[in-house]
Design a protein around this ligand. Sequence first.
Ligand code: MG
Length: 442
Amino acid sequence: MQVNRIIRLNRMSLMLRREFLALAAAPLLRGMPVPKIKDISVIATEPAGVRLIVVKIQTDQDGLYGYGCATFTQRADLVVEAVDRYLKPLLIGRPADAVTDTWGMMYNSSYWRNGPVLNNAISGVDQALWDIKGRQAGMPVYELLGGKSRRAAMVYLHASGREIPETMDQARKLMAAGLKAVRLQVGVPGMAAYGAPGSPESLGAGEDPVFDPEKYVRRTLELFEAGRKVLGPEVELLHDVHERVSPRLAVQFAKDMEQFRLFFLEDALSPENIEYFRQIRANCTTPLAMGELFNNPHEWTNVIKSSLIDYIRVHVSQAGGMTPALKIANLGEAFQVRTAWHGPGDVSPIGHCANVTLDIVCPNFGIQEWTVPNDRILEVFDGYPVMKDGYAYVNEKPGWGVEINEKAAVKYPFGSFESGDRKRLNGGWGVVRRPDGTVINQ
Ligand code: MG
């Protein structure tokens, strides 16, 4: 009796398995044949002096393809290899419609995961598959995600100078151009700075730049005192610490900056020290943003669910693309954490389109960091999102709404605008030291 029951159950599970496989093999897209991944290639280009990587996926359907941002500028060549040698052979011949399933397969196929090289490679494929889905549906990606939650996305740009009046001049120009939010940074006499020109005497030939956290903090407080006096109370002001100070100094600095009513203070701590956000929270109301260095869900999950930050500013391709970024945004929404996706020049125009798509769709959008493209970027990428009066507008064409001129991309290979080892080895990054010679996080 018991044996018969087991045989019946085994037959049932066999039938269910066959039905599942038949379903998986059937065309799923409104009676149209499911596109299959026919080819994957990498577009590596440097039109603005920053190494950009875009993955292109070609399907077996005529004229149906997509692009995804995979830019990790400091180790760009490794991302190219990860796509060419590992993801391409894994994915050729597979259906192009199963975006979430493909993401899970890529993420788990290396067993060890959450590193920037593989996450960026995964992002290139993931965003290209979203682009393909949009092009096939004849809709911008934002429509596939539920449509617009807002008309446009408020952006901020950077104002910086070696001296405080220079930063103020730049900020005034940006405000006159319609910007509602401006990031202020300034150089520090005798040393390197982040986000502003370094002092010439800090850059001896062959030596690493020197940075003194205490001097930087005193100078930045002067900058914001001038900022509120000169620029007024209404403009939104932001600042990026770039994780260069000790946790204790970060707590004090965030307290001292409270009076200037920032839109946010960015990366006051390094990812290794995020537990110290509890102490900043306990001591002041300065809004906190963090996340451009995050690669691992354990980094963003805890700071969001513990309400330790106000803005999550993950670099979307570093987190693995559009698919995980949507989940991060949704998690943030549940805890009143708003989004501020990383948007500097080392995000490709495809990545900027993904950012603006998230900005437009997610109810908990906060602000978008913006990069104004140069003419060579516009020559290679047709469809950079429009920014007007301080707001970015999402593309209305299918997919991301971007076409790439691959012949123009080839004109600007890696190295086109590079000089020196820092650029060649690290995409412009390198070591920064305290006055006693200790390497610091940056
Ligand atoms: Mg930053």
